[in-house]
Ligand binder design. Structure first.
Ligand SMILES: *[C@@H]1O[C@H](CO)[C@@H](O)[C@H](O)[C@H]1NC(C)=O
Ligand SMILES: *[C@@H]1O[C@H](CO)[C@@H](O)[C@H](O)[C@H]1NC(C)=O
Ligand SMILES: [Zn+2]
Ligand SMILES: [Zn+2]
Length: 361
């Protein structure tokens, strides 16, 4: 018996105002290799805000954003072996890829030229993808991760984007070795998770920030070992040449040269934030003492599973503010002002239905 197309409601932006309101859409039938998921929680990533306001000039309206999806399996296709109904699962930034190129074969679907993002992307069947601010989603099993028993769906959801975005470069650039010293530049959605992974890896973690108010947060709430106020010349001077690496999560155009000065010889700065304008690098700051500047974008599916398993083992979760679906536009306004500690997560399971019903009255 062929499964029927599932009716689905989501919160959609229709234009560059970015205003989100309920929209009924259809998801594809659960194919042989697909997993159908009832969405319980979805994190709000800064990319969602950029996308709905068309700040990256690639919007395909209507957009239903959301790529930090946590939920429960409701149905699996006949070829699916990894999941069954009732399993707790997550979906991150991508829902498909070519699945046959060198990148995909090595487990780096995130580097596939045919990567299909979770929303605002044209899938291989020609349909536009819709994200997790919605009641359910159908995804190929390859792009679904298992939630470990100990990982809560709400605090775990942001790990699907924020978590893997910092975990992957820490792993591949060797910034996961006990006793090493890592700097985390910026203490937002990405940065606060980077601090927790750094501590889980057994490293010394220093938060570098331009906000003095973040010091107490960094050390007392998140467990960082030290804090450097980037606009305080004395503190910057004292930290010169002390760090093995810096995870740069900042999305603003700030001068990078003084920060490269904090690295030891052979030190690495990894960019994971996306400032709007090009970054200026005075060559001397990079060339002297053999520094590396690298970039990293999310991570492959095997690494995403490894990341959430490791997070569960070490109690790493995101610090979140859970909101109802009817608060999503207010949350976007607050996010634009960085007024959140540290991630909004929408309680889709309990609130999206009522929000949609109220809108249609
Ligand atoms: C499902 O498995 C069957 C038997 O192995 C295979 O013939 C079929 O092509 C598979 N379906 C998909 C969509 O991969
Ligand atoms: C320079 O940095 C690279 C990359 O970290 C490293 O592989 C290489 O060994 C370094 N060279 C020297 C001479 O230290
Ligand atoms: Zn994201
Ligand atoms: Zn591929």
């Amino acid at each position: 018996m062929a499964p029927t197309t599932a009716a689905n409601v989501g919160l959609a932006a229709r234009d560059a105002s970015g205003h989100l309101s309920p929209l009924t859409i259809a998801r594809r039938n659960t194919g042989d290799n697909d997993v159908a998921i009832k969405i319980m929680f979805c994190g709000i990533c800064h990319s969602d805000l950029h996308s709905i306001k068309n700040e990256w000039q690639n919007a395909i309206y209507p957009i239903i954003p959301g790529h930090e999806i946590a939920g429960v399996v409701t149905e699996v296709g006949k070829n699916v072996t990894k999941f069954k109904a009732g399993d707790k699962v997550g979906v991150g930034c991508m829902v498909n890829s070519c699945q046959s190129c060198e990148n995909c074969n090595q487990g780096f679907e995130n580097n596939c030229p045919g990567i299909i993002f979770t929303y605002n992307s044209v899938d291989r069947d020609g349909t536009v993808t819709y994200g997790g601010y919605s009641s359910m989603v159908v995804v190929h099993e390859r792009f679904v991760v298992r939630f470990p028993e100990a990982m809560p769906l709400d605090k775990g959801a942001p790990l699907l984007c924020a978590g893997i975005t910092v975990y992957s470069p820490m792993k591949y650039h060797g910034l996961n070795v006990p006793g090493m010293h890592v700097g985390v530049l910026g203490l937002g959605g990405l940065g606060h998770v980077a601090v927790k992974f750094g501590k889980a890896f057994g490293m010394k973690v220093t938060v570098i920030s331009s906000s003095p108010g973040k010091k107490q947060e960094a050390i007392e709430r998140l467990g960082a070992d030290a804090f450097v106020l980037s606009k305080n010349a004395k503190e910057m001077q004292a930290a010169l040449g002390t760090m093995d690496g810096i995870i740069n999560t900042v999305s603003a155009n700030i001068p990078v040269a003084p920060l490269l000065g904090l690295l030891k010889p052979n030190g690495k700065m990894i960019l994971v934030g996306l400032p709007e304008k090009p970054i200026e690098i005075p060559p001397f700051a990079l060339v002297s003492r053999n520094k590396t500047l690298a970039g990293s974008c999310i991570g492959g599916m095997a690494d995403t599973q490894e990341m959430i398993d490791m997070a569960a083992k070490h109690g790493v979760t995101a610090d979140i503010e859970v909101i109802g679906a009817d608060y999503v536009n207010a949350a976007m306004e607050r996010l634009a002002k960085a007024d959140v500690r540290y991630r909004f997560v929408i309680d889709i399971g309990n609130t999206l239905g009522d929000c949609a019903a109220a809108a249609s009255e």
